[in-house]
Design a protein around this ligand. Sequence first.
Ligand SMILES: Cc1cc2nc3c(=O)[nH]c(=O)nc-3n(C[C@H](O)[C@H](O)[C@H](O)COP(=O)(O)OP(=O)(O)OC[C@H]3O[C@@H](n4cnc5c(N)ncnc54)[C@H](O)[C@@H]3O)c2cc1C
Length: 298
Amino acid sequence: MGPERVRFDEPMAWHTSFRIGGPADCLVQPLTLRELKLTLDFCQGEGVPYLIMGNGTNLLVRDGGIRGVVIKMVRGFDGISRRGSLLVSGAGALLARVSGRAAEENLAGLEWGIGIPGTLGGAVFMNAGAYGGEMKDVVEEVVTLHPATGETRSWSCGELGLSYRSSIFQETDDVILEVALRLKPGSRAVIEGEMKTYTERREARQPLNWPSAGSVFKRPPGYYVGPLIEEAGLKGYRNGDAQVSELHAGFIINRGQATARQVLELIEIIQERVEGLFGVHLETELRVVGEDQEDGAG
Ligand SMILES: Cc1cc2nc3c(=O)[nH]c(=O)nc-3n(C[C@H](O)[C@H](O)[C@H](O)COP(=O)(O)OP(=O)(O)OC[C@H]3O[C@@H](n4cnc5c(N)ncnc54)[C@H](O)[C@@H]3O)c2cc1C
């Protein structure tokens, strides 16, 4: 793998939609299963910690960065093919691209995925969803690589423990390689019409022109996060360059130079205020990784 695919001291701010995060000791972008296996074998043989990432759209990387190797599964593993009513795609393909391909193939069921900026692997890991749809509804089979044994395994949907923003892969260290989606025959025009509606809704209601990691918190049963934060008086509240979005209070945006520390402090302020006022605990949806900066400066 050439220097453009193995980078040292790579700022994670360049690889996350939040544009926040200190450097990874090493960031590797494998394009093939062989390269992925070599990277994992190296890490395991040398006792080097590693982290798998997709497109970095649900990650908050702390300011001290990530020790060890970050394996970014985006540029490879992105082939999409149709097998009957199944759409089979590498885990590194962007969900929006897979949704677009489903429309081209006159396959319905993935319209909601059009505005989600992550990869298909990240979407399975998170059981991503929007507008009443979620991965659980469409996944037929997932193929993974087990890093310790180097073996691939295929999982049926029922084995994945998919529930609200959760999957079994949050508890295992399997690497998602490929996903087969079971979709329904549909009309491209209708599918694209629905996608257009969803896109317009997102553009109107979400701060898409600021860096963010999407919704920061999971929806607590019986409540909506945005209104809770708004009623707590925190819409627009700022901690340094981290700010509760004025458009959608469930998003925290980076107004330019926000640090992970500022975002984490803001999350705590929101959690304390909402819990104190309404007795509702807001659990984070975004995944926080890496180390704090040693000098404590941010
Ligand atoms: C503007 C915006 C809007 C969003 N809207 C939505 C929405 O409507 N609905 C929704 O559910 N989410 C939404 N998100 C959040 C995010 O896009 C999803 O959670 C997405 O599924 C994350 O995918 P990713 O590839 O970016 O994963 P990353 O953020 O890179 O990683 C997330 C987790 O998945 C793991 N992971 C990623 N790929 C693999 C793999 N191949 N194998 C094993 N583990 C893997 C990582 O280790 C990490 O723990 C939004 C984000 C933004 C910025």
